[in-house]
Write a new protein. Structure first.
Length: 148
């Protein structure tokens, strides 16, 4: 897919053409048989997400914190829909950070078998328009293994 991203970035075909599924790039044509969602990232790149995504899991200390085949990937992070997160392991944190293009993030601390992983999950309860696809979705870090 490297050639695909390069062609999008270089403007060799339009976003509208990509969304139709047929992209003509000089001497070759790319037929995208899956349903794809194209959104412009904050830095002008267009990440590609297939609707036929593999199952993703977030695991820490032997517990599955989240699991879904429907998620968003933003800046390399997997964002799980809130109804696919096992909230019995997560407690709200008082930590908040601000992203210039997504908004203010809130955090969760995971507690599994008496062990605590402070601020290992975050979400955006209110987002800026450019991040509407991840409103309320939860992402993980700090030792949480995310498998796709």
């Amino acid at each position: 897919m490297t050639a695909f991203y390069s062609a999008l970035k270089d403007g060799k075909f339009s976003k509208a053409e990509a969304q139709k599924g047929m992209i003509k790039n000089q001497s070759q044509s790319l037929n995208l048989s899956h349903s794809f969602s194209l959104t412009t990232d904050y830095d002008g790149t267009i990440p590609l997400h297939s609707s036929q995504t593999p199952m993703a899991k977030a695991i820490w200390n032997g517990a599955v914190l989240a699991e879904s085949d429907q998620y968003e990937i933003v800046e390399g992070n997997v964002y799980f829909p809130p109804d696919k997160v096992n909230m019995q392991y997560l407690q709200p944190s008082s930590t908040h950070t601000t992203c210039p293009w997504k908004g203010t993030a809130s955090y969760y601390t995971a507690i599994v078998d008496g062990k605590e992983n402070k601020d290992c999950a975050w979400y955006y309860p209110d987002v800026k328009p450019s991040a509407k696809q991840i409103k309320g979705f939860v992402a993980f870090w700090r030792g949480v293994q995310v498998i796709k």
